[in-house]
Design a protein around this ligand. Structure first.
Ligand code: PLP
Length: 316
């Protein structure tokens, strides 16, 4: 499971979408080789390598009940028979497909008010240490240099694909949440020294905060490999399509999801990938981008597609 060679490459496929005579391609990170893949699986694979290196014997992390990150961490921990502790804000703890799967994986979930999450994490870590364990903490969403590195690797895959096929992507779009995925792609680009445009479509955060976090992640990673810092002009974090913030969506998003599902047979969700793909199309229309090769990263989250199946079926 999750050995270097098998997990590091996901396919890129052409979509039927042809808005403004652009050609659209999709990097299928939802097919990353662990359960239903996704960027959280790509990041977690590297975190678990670090856990092994540091000889830790249990893992602690944090996220809502709909968190893909928590589900992936609980899954890999269970596969390794490693105890897993998850802190979940009470305000975001209604049952979802991800939270039911976390239950199957036998993770211990501790609920507490959002304002007390930090304290709860410290308490769990302290308890585990007192019991003689060597716990490992994974930041929410797989944030941090290790998570960033996962998408430096993804960028290298994109580069290899271009070299092999002769297809060059003018734009890379993705849905940006905490921005770690975007930061990794930007670092990959800085390392490879090419100059296409990477656009993160925010699903929740507004600027300047959202873009600032991406910039901090980029510079933190560049520090770790001894490269020079960059400035905010290297960061395209677009907050025009967040609607009412995290989890909010409209009928156009449902329509976009339905189109891709029917035409390409690919599931997307209303919180991340479907919202980002819709935002990308709006951005392309507004900026009048035509005749380009465009790559969108499918960052996974397929359980959320099933959570919203009811709304999709009702949408006409
Ligand atoms: C977490 C998540 C994102 C956002 O990734 P970040 O690295 O936090 O920006 C995008 N898509 C899906 C499906 C996710 O689960």
């Amino acid at each position: 499971m999750l050995n270097q060679k098998s997990y590091r490459t996901t396919p890129i496929q052409k979509l039927y979408e042809n808005l403004n005579d652009n050609l659209f391609y999709l990097k299928r990170d939802d097919l990353f080789s662990f359960f239903l893949g996704g960027n959280k699986a790509r990041k977690a694979a590297l975190f678990f390598e670090d856990i092994k290196k540091k000889n830790c014997d249990c893992v602690v992390s944090y996220g809502s009940s709909s968190s893909n990150h928590c589900r992936v961490v609980a899954n890999i921990a269970a596969a390794k028979s490693m105890p897993c502790y998850l802190i979940t804000p009470t305000e975001a703890s209604k049952p979802t497909i991800n939270s039911k799967m976390v239950q199957i994986f036998g993770a211990t979930v501790r609920k507490c008010p959002t304002t007390e999450v930090e304290k709860a994490i410290e308490t769990v870590l302290a308890e585990l240490k007192k019991q003689g364990h060597n716990p490992y903490f994974i930041p929410g969403g797989g944030h941090g240099d290790i998570g960033t590195r996962a998408y430096v690797y993804a960028y290298e895959e994109i580069n290899n694909y271009e070299r092999k096929t002769g297809i060059y992507f003018d734009y890379i779009f993705l849905t940006s949440g905490t921005g770690t995925t975007q930061a990794g792609l930007i670092c990959g680009q800085l390392i490879c020294n090419d100059n296409r445009t990477i656009v993160g479509i925010s699903n929740a955060r507004k600027n300047p905060y959202g873009g600032q976090v991406v910039l901090e992640s980029v510079n933190s990673y560049l520090d770790s490999i001894g490269k020079k810092h960059v400035t905010s002009k290297n960061i395209n974090f677009v907050d025009d399509y967040v609607l009412g913030g995290y989890g909010s969506y409209n009928n156009d998003i449902l329509q976009t999801i339905k189109e891709i599902l029917i035409r390409d047979g690919i599931p997307m969700d209303t919180t991340y990938t479907g919202k980002g793909f819709w935002g990308m199309k709006e951005y392309i229309k507004e900026k009048q981008i035509t005749g380009k090769n465009i790559l969108f990263i499918h960052t996974g989250g397929t359980p959320l597609f099933f959570d919203s199946l009811g709304e999709l079926a009702d949408e006409t």
